[in-house]
Design a protein around this ligand. Structure first.
Ligand code: F6P
Length: 323
């Protein structure tokens, strides 16, 4: 019998986390379950730092980026001492289940915690990187790529006016999924991602066919590309193609903020709702995802693995359309 649950957001924040919190709280309340929210992710769990969450606590947040529960990348939670403190809090609070909204690091933490407690843990995939196995889209990814598209459209205006080549760096330290999708949507001329090796050399070669004047070009690079990022690539381009008028733009944390898109709000609501239903149904230690519009559950151990390959069709698409 589930009478009281807790929720926390962990790792990098992502737009739509609030919509997910709202769905968890409202679904729980609908089923007469009390909810508390730990603040600053696993840090709050370790320190028993929490707030009560009522139906009205989550009013007016579905449209807001960030997370009302705040978040952190907790180093303490990776230690035995931190884990032991977290277990103490769980017993003290007498919670019957815990919902964790976060990315792969958060689920690694959940997996470790599950070895020491009996209560069920359920994860909701929230990261702008979209790099988790077990869901087509993570909460925040759609908003982030739309932010990138909006920014690159603006960069394109000035690039065209000056006939410049822009190297635009987007987030994704291990995955090029933000870069890939936004590059297609922006009509980018080249893409550099960590999943494809030697792509920098290929770019230098490809640039031989680009005219050095009277044309603008956009190169999208994921921050985790093995080349070392936009400034390094710009240096290399300058060395091999000094005639280009080159500029670098690093989009940075604007990609993590902003009002979530409709898709992120709906997906976040669906997984938050499914997370509470899963706890009621007795499921444990799994991440809720959406694959082909259906709710699916993936054990934490599998959800943490990065998806190392990109969709070949999309890679080909960008190659052909930028030719
Ligand atoms: O949350 C994912 C992410 O935004 C990555 O794309 C990026 O590499 C990283 O977080 C940045 O983290 P922080 O804000 O902690 O510097």
């Amino acid at each position: 019998m589930i009478k009281k649950i807790a929720i926390l957001t962990s790792g990098g924040d992502s737009p739509g986390m609030n919509a997910c919190i709202r769905a968890v709280v409202r679904t729980a309340k609908y089923n007469n379950i009390n909810v508390i929210g730990f603040l600053r992710g696993y840090e709050g769990l370790i320190d028993n730092n929490f707030i009560e969450l009522k139906t009205e606590s989550v009013s007016g947040i579905i449209n807001r980026g960030g997370t009302i529960l705040k978040t952190a990348r907790s180093q303490r939670f990776t230690t035995q001492q931190g884990l032991a403190q977290a277990v103490k809090t769980i017993h003290k609070q007498s919670i019957d289940g815990l919902v964790i909204i976060g990315g792969d690091g958060s689920f690694k933490g959940a997996e470790a915690l599950s070895k020491y407690i009996k209560i069920p843990l359920i994860g909701c995939a929230g990261t702008i990187d979209n790099d988790l196995v077990g869901t087509d889209y993570t909460i925040g990814y759609d908003t982030a790529i739309n932010t990138v598209v909006e920014a690159v459209d603006k960069i394109r205006d000035t690039a065209e006016s000056h006939d410049r080549v822009f190297v635009v760096e987007v987030m994704g330290r291990d995955a090029g999924l933000i870069a890939l999708r936004s590059a297609i949507a922006c009509g980018a001329d080249a893409l550099l991602v960590p999943e494809v090796k030697q792509d920098t050399l290929a770019l230098i070669k490809k640039m031989k066919s680009w005219r050095s004047t009277k044309s603008s070009k956009i190169i999208i690079v994921a921050e985790g590309d093995e080349s070392g990022g936009a400034y390094k690539i710009a240096e290399l381009i300058k060395k091999h193609h000094p005639k280009f008028d080159l500029r670098v733009s690093i989009l940075g944390h604007i990609q993590r903020g902003g009002n979530p898109t409709c898709m992120d709000r709906v997906n976040a609501s669906m997984v938050g709702f499914a997370a509470v239903k899963a706890l009621i149904a007795g499921k444990k230690n799994k991440m809720v995802g959406i694959i082909n519009k259906q709710i699916v559950f993936t054990p934490f151990a599998k959800a943490v693995k990065h998806n190392q390959t990109l969709n070949k069709n999309l890679e080909e698409l960008i190659e052909v359309l930028s030719s």
